[in-house]
Design a protein around this ligand. Sequence first.
Ligand SMILES: [Fe+2]
Length: 340
Amino acid sequence: MYVLKGLFFISALALTSGAIAQDNVLNLYSSRHYQTDEALYAGFTKQTGIKINRIEASEDALIARIRSEGERSPADVLITVDAGRLWRAEQMGLFQAVKSAALESRIPASFREPGGHWFGFSMRARVIAYAKAKVKAGEVPTYESLAEPKWKGRICVRSSSNIYNLSLMGALIEQLGEAQAQSWASAVRANMAHEPKGGDTDQLKAVAAGECDVAISNHYYYARLARSSKPADRAVADKVGIVFPNQAGRGAHVNVSGAGVLKHAPNREAAVKFLEYLASDEAQRHFADGNNEWPVVPSVRVNNPVLAALGAFKYDPLNVAVLGRNQPAAQKLYDRVAWK
Ligand SMILES: [Fe+2]
């Protein structure tokens, strides 16, 4: 297994039109770059004899690349994060449908695209973070509670163009209806401590620094700080509490890291085998734990101290494909309330 940094090898593969299948090879385009993935891919090769050629780049760069390679693309599988992004790739016609009894029995229906174009392999939650010194967990039990006037000038959250916020809004539109979702966005906008800026980790740091009292973040950014070897990171995590929202109702909004088989995959059979491997017990543990996420296969447990401390929670079983489908409406809604 090796990572292809340049374009030359792949270009040579794709010189003639159409996809060229190779013996026992899988070309994987991945936006993941976790050390645990090495062991994961080695496990696949050991089990199947299929070697993995890996191209790593940012999510959007990979999608653009597959698109421009067209039917000559050597890519067999795309791995990326967030249902919104997987949906975008699907809308561009990049994936092909896969029918696999193994995938359907292992992965709960809400974590896969109903047509089999892509599958979630790990779960992340969009949580509410709060300043332990100033806020009690019970004060922010739901996403809806962030709209209360008491939070005026106290909320930190990143920009609306961010895919995590688009997917969150996709869920809110589905669950609350567009009018109520817009009232929520408008009220949260009015409650912000400052203009949206930075990534999720920045929101957590802002809470720890006292710039704001509550924030919205994916849970694994907190886990990363809590497990960091740097004392300054752990000090941030110490000051921040985490709430899984809406536990008395529909459950916390969750999303996935996922993958699909590409439309012009030269090695289709190997690609399907790889997705099935990702749903295996061993792969589920590595794949999820690499980014402090949870396996989507319910029987698989990870041994992760921070996740264990966060505890079990109820999640919203809304199908992840809905999060994608509602992305355009979500962006328009955010724009109408000038979330930025
Ligand atoms: Fe992320």
